[in-house]
Design a protein around this ligand. Sequence first.
Ligand SMILES: [Zn+2]
Length: 324
Amino acid sequence: MKILYIIPLAMMLSCCSSVKNQTSASSGKLDNQLLKDVEVLSSDAYQGRKTGTKGAEMARAYIIERFQKLGLKSYPQNVNYAQEFTFNARGGAKVNGTNIIGYIPGKGTDVIVVSAHYDHLGVVKDQVFNGADDNASGTAGLLKIAAYFAKNKPNNTIIFASFDAEEMGLQGAKAFVANPPVNINTIAVNINMDMISHSDKGELYIAGTFKYPELKKYIDTNRKEIKVILGHDDPKMGHDDWTNQSDQGAFNAKNIPFLYFGVEDHKDYHKETDEYSTITKPFFSDAANAVLEVVKVVDKQTGLQKSLKDKMRMMDNPQKVNKF
Ligand SMILES: [Zn+2]
């Protein structure tokens, strides 16, 4: 969920001059499992996966089965990966939501939370809003990253959080940070994906390094097959600052560093035409690889939590750092 506002291009690119000389040429390699996950979750049978509907329940069943096959662990308080929560919808009605939380244990106490919301808008005026890019794509990306780390054990514990009710105001992510399955102080970073499959220009944005510049060292912005652009995270950009426009906002509110991966809004954004046939499949496969690469590089770091939190303290309050 991101709202489209037009801003001067120069302002948008001011942070990322390295991008200007890049030309993107997709690798042309399609990731079949990734595409299959999106095709299934965004099919009409899932009825747009609106929170509280049968379609959302079907999406959960699909994701849970994938988690089980990958051998992800479930925390004792989340029976069969389910974290249930209740919130008040904008109209005041009580709504039940369910996050799906799996994890792969690491060697130390630090935790990386990889997240993507699986809910979407449901059926609106008899039209199924399939939400292929928003956000079956991020959900498939999460499953791809989980599959990699199921085979290649991580240094840090990685939680895979498939959030519900993002479209109703980041409710699943808010419930997660309010009641996390681990001590919240052990969560070093949130890596969130929301809309990573649809870009005619081959551009994938990463927000988060404005507030947490230390995270830049984990990101390779010189990828050949897609343009990786740092931005959309400067509060001066107003609504084009995406910090609070997807689930990473709930982590940022708890001062947990984040990296958010997503594309700019496109013609099919929040329309019934956001469906499997309109995503840019070669871009998507390359974009999901780019996210995986970042998670791999972040996970190589040991002492991650301390490293990131100390740097953040310096940024938040330069005077305070002297006392540490
Ligand atoms: Zn979304």
